[in-house]
Design a protein around this ligand. Structure first.
Ligand code: MG
Length: 262
């Protein structure tokens, strides 16, 4: 069932969970440098979330063991932070942060450059970020879920990239995952109709090579089948009569820098 929220609830979400989820994502990006472990980033994010009165939205969710997902290079999503995973110059890292504040669950993600990735990989990241923007533009009342997926898929595939099928965006609110699912592929005019007051997390997961993925033996880490890099950008928005409004934004806005360590 799709839950419709009021404008007051959207404002509550933005000021609490939305702001904190973005500010800790931005802080995480500043730590993305060669020599940093993904565990260090996780610890800083958890401390910041708790310091600001929130709780980490991912920790314990379906049994996930950490406060962030830290997905390096060929890891698409759900990478588990580890002391042994040390970032290297040329890596990319997708960080997913969620903070729960006043009962609302924030959700957003960004892929950062560690040092200088190849031009090819930078292109993948830029395009995936633009796919997120293209998807958000379609989130207006009267459009359908398929319009979002179509916009994302068109842009990604026109640039020669793959669109992950098994994992999708979602409704969000008092819990991390609500109806409806928001695939990153689809046909115009298909799927549930978008209505004012829906909170949805749009999150393109785009690959340099094959769109096919598999899960490692830890039961979490999702990697591309060909081992080529993937990128992942996400914002949570509310659909309003005036168009989409991004709820996961802080005083610097809803976007981060692509370059980490800044
Ligand atoms: Mg999400």
């Amino acid at each position: 069932m799709i839950k419709i929220k009021t404008p007051e609830q959207a404002e509550q979400y933005r000021r609490g969970a939305g702001t904190l989820s973005k500010s800790v994502l931005r802080a995480a990006g500043k730590l993305v440098k060669p020599g940093t472990s993904t565990k260090q980033i996780d610890e800083v994010v958890e401390r910041l979330i708790r310091m600001h009165g929130g709780t980490p939205g991912f920790k314990g969710l379906y049994g996930f063991p950490a406060s962030i997902c830290a997905s390096v290079n060929e890891v698409v999503i759900h990478g588990i932070p580890s002391e042994e995973k040390i970032l290297q110059d040329g890596d990319i890292i997708s960080i997913d942060t969620g903070a729960t504040v006043n009962g609302w669950v924030g959700d957003n993600a960004w892929t950062f450059y560690c040092g200088t990735p190849s031009v090819e990989v930078q292109g993948l990241c830029e395009c995936t970020r633009d796919c997120l923007k293209a998807g958000i533009e379609q989130a207006v009342p009267g459009n359908h879920v398929g319009d979002i997926g179509h916009a994302v898929q068109q842009l990604a595939e026109a640039n020669g990239y793959g669109v992950v099928r098994e994992y999708v965006g979602h409704g969000v609110g008092r819990v991390m995952h609500e109806d409806p699912n928001i695939p990153n592929y689809g046909k115009r005019g298909r799927g549930p109709k978008l209505e004012e007051g829906m909170f949805i997390a749009i999150e393109p997961m785009i690959t340099l090579g094959t769109f096919k993925v598999r899960t490692l033996a830890d039961g979490w880490t999702v990697v591309t089948q060909d081992g080529l890099p993937a990128a992942h950008y996400e914002n949570t928005i509310v659909i309003t009569k005036d168009g989409p409004q991004i709820l996961t934004q802080d005083d610097q806005g809803p976007w981060c820098e692509l370059q980490g360590g800044m």
